[in-house]
Design a protein around this ligand. Structure first.
Ligand code: PFF
Length: 449
């Protein structure tokens, strides 16, 4: 198994794949939405602080464990833990992470299905086919399941092609397209009437809100979700990383690009809302800005359709952007259970993809049918509770189960001078004590609230 294990072919390949995992609906939808409902720029400031101060060290924990063990999260945690009850706990933690990754993929596929629906609606409108355009733009159970099915198929096909030919190749193609599209759209929106009011809300902080507990909790959840932490995604990507790569630098690059894309998405979405307002579209529900699914799937489509032909083209570009962002993330989620199956059973990669991808899609169908009862619950259980808790666990595994020598050896590989670096002076202590306590404190506060 070890000899044939796939690797990313280059640093750029890994960077694009890991950044592709990080940059997703969380950046283009979650970040602007959270910003809108948490007082604008105050949220942005706290988010950046947490992304670099808390999420980056946790990301490093996953990358180090992944490359050290070269295995899926279940086997990896067991491998580093001495036999006994600790090892059982390690295995259970790994399995729990894999379940959470699968559950995230279930609701992610549902939302990505909406994206596909709006994308197809715009494409049919451009082609002059008003019937199908209408069908895809109006929500229905059939439409949602059909479009989630298309997205699911895309995810399965990419992952079944393997790490190098599937995940790396597609991320390398799609991520640059995503960057170009988001820059072009942002530039377009910023020149529309009304955009400046949105920009002001986004960039001028209301410092009185900065210590609100809800803001802190949302910012932490957003940072963990955005960097795909806790569920073994970054761990498995780290396990495909070459031995001569510099982990701290690579992790920092992923964090920076992820934060930049979130920031860029905010520059696009918040001004777009105020452009919509300028056109007479209501963007407030009560006192607050409209957030959640309505922002992306109600306010923005109304804005696009009030902009005439240009609006249809902008809609097509915008939903293509979202679809690309979603796909480069969903493939990283499916890789988590697939890696376990491929490494632990005789099943082939493509068999595992179809089987696991199929079961997850059934979960998506259930979520679609029982939307009111299940959707919010699954999102909260996975992203707000499980991801931070698993984040704590992974920091503890890296900080306490692996010893300093093992950590240093792993980081030195690809970074020979690591011992004298600022990173090495801070991170081992940080990941042992600071990260777990800070995450726990924020988490406990969110449960008490
Ligand atoms: N980071 C992705 C986003 O921001 O949309 C979401 C995500 C991907 C979460 C992969 C978890 C995961 F394993």
């Amino acid at each position: 198994m070890q000899g044939t294990r796939e690797e990313f072919s280059s640093r750029l390949g890994f960077l694009l794949a890991a950044t592709g995992s990080a940059v997703g609906l969380g950046n283009v939808w979650g970040f602007p939405t959270n910003t809108a409902s948490n007082g604008g720029a105050a949220f942005v400031a706290v988010y950046f602080l947490l992304a670099f101060g808390l999420a980056y060290p946790a990301l490093m924990a996953e990358l180090v464990i992944g490359r050290h063990t070269r295995a899926n999260i279940y086997s990896a945690l067991q491998q580093i833990t001495p036999p006994g009850i600790g090892q059982r706990l390690a295995g259970l933690t790994g399995l729990y992470a894999i379940l959470v990754a699968s559950a995230v993929l279930m609701f992610y596929t549902l939302v990505a299905g909406w994206v596909i629906a709006h994308l197809l609606a715009a494409a049919f409108a451009i082609a002059g086919l008003t019937g199908p355009a209408q069908w895809f733009s109006v929500g229905s159970l059939m439409r949602d399941i059909f479009c989630a099915g298309i997205f699911s198929l895309l995810t399965i096909v990419v992952v079944s092609q393997g790490v190098h030919r599937g995940i790396e190749r597609w991320s390398t193609r799609l991520l640059p397209a995503l960057l170009v599209l988001s820059l072009a759209l942002t530039a377009y929106v910023l020149f529309q009437p009304g955009a400046m009011a949105g920009l002001a809300l986004y960039l001028v902080p209301d410092f009185s809100r900065i210590l609100e507990p809800q803001l802190l909790v949302s910012a932490m959840g957003q940072a963990f979700f955005s960097l795909s932490l806790g569920v073994g995604t970054m761990l498995i990507y780290g396990s495909y990383l070459r031995q001569d790569e510099n982990l701290p630098t690579i992790g920092a690059l992923v964090t920076v690009v992820d934060a930049l894309v979130a920031f860029l998405a905010g520059l696009l979405i918040l001004p777009a809302m105020f452009v919509a307002q300028d056109l007479g579209i209501s963007i407030y529900s009560g006192e607050d800005l409209i957030a959640g699914p309505d922002l992306i799937f109600q306010v923005l489509p109304t804005l696009f359709s009030s902009m005439g032909l240009a609006g249809i083209v902008v809609a097509l570009a915008f939903f293509t952007l979202l679809a690309i962002a979603a796909l480069t993330s969903s493939i990283s989620m499916l890789e988590v259970p697939v890696a376990l199956a491929v490494e632990k059973t005789p099943v082939s990669r493509s068999g595992a993809c179809w089987l696991i991808g199929g079961v997850i899609f059934l979960g998506t169908v259930l979520l679609t049918v029982k939307f009111e009862a299940l959707f919010g619950l699954v999102v909260t259980m996975t992203t707000e509770y499980s991801q931070p808790l698993l984040g704590i666990a992974l920091c503890l595994f890296a900080g306490w189960v692996l010893n300093r020598n093992q950590l240093l050896k792993e980081i030195r590989s690809g970074y020979p001078d690591a011992e004298n670096s600022l990173f090495w002076k801070i991170w081992p202590f940080y990941v042992r004590f600071v990260c777990p306590s800070l995450i726990a404190a924020t988490f406990i506060q969110s449960v008490i609230l």
